[in-house]
Ligand binder design. Structure first.
Ligand SMILES: C[S@@+](CC[C@H](N)C(=O)[O-])C[C@H]1O[C@@H](n2cnc3c(N)ncnc32)[C@H](O)[C@@H]1O
Length: 279
């Protein structure tokens, strides 16, 4: 049934008993032409990712209570490529800075603004060139965003090395020992690809080696996997939080099933001196 037929049906029953008497049809909203079916796939992966990151943030705050005492002009917690809902939640605990390439303030001369009555500040900017001094941040999160850096889809500068540069920038702005929580979409080993300008899809091996090359030490990792049905059609797998090894076992070569999934990590930024001492 089209929206017009739905509207007629609704209109026929619309009378003085309804809560609101004024009724109109939005003729221009073609998106509503089709009734949408929502799958519990990528949406659920995002929710799992946000919850996991939030848990990591609470642990981080327990270990670093001084972060809560920083004043509003010196936020030491940053999210790069941000959803408003996630950073708004994070700002319940501390002053939080969110940098994004595609969000602009209504007032076009303002490249940054505080959300009144909160501890949240938005700043327009590109991950490949963060407007932050070296070693300033104690926490950086970047969830489902690195895969887009440099593809131009979100108004940022086209740069095939955008993801590598973005990760290096995050390392540059973190203090020695600072925490980096990130997540990118994944495919099984050997299936990495760039779908321009939608996204890059990494294997866990690829993203891990990019992080290591930038100076990160990964100490927690999980694959967050959307509900999917395996090839035999018999077993339905509900949202899974798995190790990378289990992810490969389930969805690596042979199975043909490629559910939406992300690799989420918690890593520590090490300076070159720390790395050399440890080696
Ligand atoms: C798929 S959304 C993910 C949003 C959010 N992190 C979340 O967890 O829901 C990707 C975000 O990354 C931002 N983005 C893309 N390229 C960027 C870049 N080069 N620098 C900063 N932000 C970027 C986009 O504007 C968009 O808000």
């Amino acid at each position: 049934m089209s929206i017009y037929e739905d509207f007629k049906e609704y209109e026929a029953g619309h009378d003085g008993e309804c809560s609101i008497t004024r009724l109109e049809l939005d003729e221009e909203t073609s998106a509503f032409e089709e009734k949408k079916v929502g799958l519990y796939d990528i949406d659920l992966v995002y929710t799992m990712m946000h919850q996991h990151a939030l848990q990591c943030f609470c642990l981080f705050l327990d270990k670093n209570p001084w972060v809560k005492e920083e004043n509003s002009s010196t936020s030491v917690c940053l999210d790069v490529g941000s959803s408003t809902s996630f950073v708004y939640m994070m700002a319940s605990f501390v002053n939080f800075l969110a940098i994004d390439a595609s969000r602009v303030c209504h007032h076009k001369d303002h490249h940054k603004f505080y959300v009144d009555g909160t501890q949240l500040m938005f700043h327009e900017g590109e991950a490949q060139q963060l407007p932050i001094p070296n070693g300033k941040m104690a926490w950086v999160s970047s969830l489902h965003a690195i895969e887009h850096f440099g593809l131009g889809r979100y108004r940022d500068t086209i740069d095939p090395l955008g993801d590598i540069k973005g990760i290096r920038e995050i390392h540059r702005v973190l203090c020695d020992g600072g925490t980096f929580v990130g997540a990118v979409p994944i495919l099984p080993r050997g299936m990495d690809k760039v779908v321009f300008n939608r996204s890059r899809y990494y294997s866990v091996d690829t993203i891990k080696s990019m992080l290591r090359d930038a100076g990160f030490d990964i100490w927690h990792e999980r694959c967050l996997i959307a509900p999917s049905t395996l090839d035999d059609g018999t077993s339905t797998r509900f949202p899974t939080i798995a190790t990378p090894a289990t992810y490969e076992e389930l969805f690596g070569s042979g199975t043909g099933v490629r559910p939406d999934a992300v690799y989420l990590w918690v890593a520590t930024a090490q300076t070159q001196e720390t790395q050399e001492t440890e080696e």
